[in-house]
Ligand binder design. Sequence first.
Ligand code: ADP
Length: 306
Amino acid sequence: MNQIKVFAPATVANVSCGYDAMGFALSELGDDMVFTKTDTKTVSIIEIHGANLPFEADKNVVGVVAKLMLKDSNADFGLDIKIYKNFMPGSGLGSSAASAAGTAYAVNQLLSSKYNNLQLTKFAMQGEVAACGSAIADNVAACIYGGFILVRSYDPLDIVSIPTPSELVATIIHPQIEIKTEDARKVVPETISLKTAIAQWANVGGLISGLYASDFDLIGNSLIDYVAEPKRKLLIPHFNEVKKAALNAGALGIGISGSGPSIFALNKGMFAAKQVAEAMDGVYDASGIAYNIYVSRISKKGVHVI
Ligand code: ADP
């Protein structure tokens, strides 16, 4: 195989109560990338569409991950890479993660599947280090494994795939405001009380049970974040109104996607998801802030060849 084209899904990290430990992949939103083998043994990003990102291989997560893998595997080829960004970096939908995970998956295909998903996640996490300074796994793992994932442990890295009920559909609103990841991190408290911790892990248990049992009420009731959302929502205009409107329109639950500013809702079925999209639209339409709304099923396969 000399060339491969992949779709790398956008991902929702945290999933409310699963702060820094859970994520899921979207099937209808993501980036496309094309990787072509060359004889030069170098990695060149030759085209970037849809976003203003660095072409230098060492500054773009795509180049960082590709170089790492070619070196680790002693590959006898180089790569020309085209990147098609279909959603914006800094949206809280795992833009750098889609690039990093998509690269890990594609390069592995060109290496005849030398590495397993856990190893690919570790390579992709190095891309996250290049993008934001920390080796975060929730977005890249959701992109690679597909469906819902739990990062059960970082040391050793342990990624658990959680079953995804087919009827689950996400609605996402991305207000086009900038929230610096640094600022979103700063507002989250460094310590929490035992009472808060108990409430949080009880909901994580509820969410995971709900996903296993396709119990939509339990999924919705468990989508509560006592740790990050109370502070982070203050950075997102109209968060409370969007939440109220989405829940009134039938959303199972709602939360902040990653570190924001995107807000996600989980719904039972496409009809409900579209009703919720209309409700979110109603709140933001009057606000004067530019925004995008997406309705998407959950991608059970994650990054894949197209
Ligand atoms: P998001 O909030 O959507 O998850 P991230 O915070 O993950 O976005 O990533 C954005 C940062 O990563 C930006 O500083 C961007 O310049 C950097 N970056 C480097 N390479 C890429 C890439 N290929 N795709 C997206 N972002 C990249």
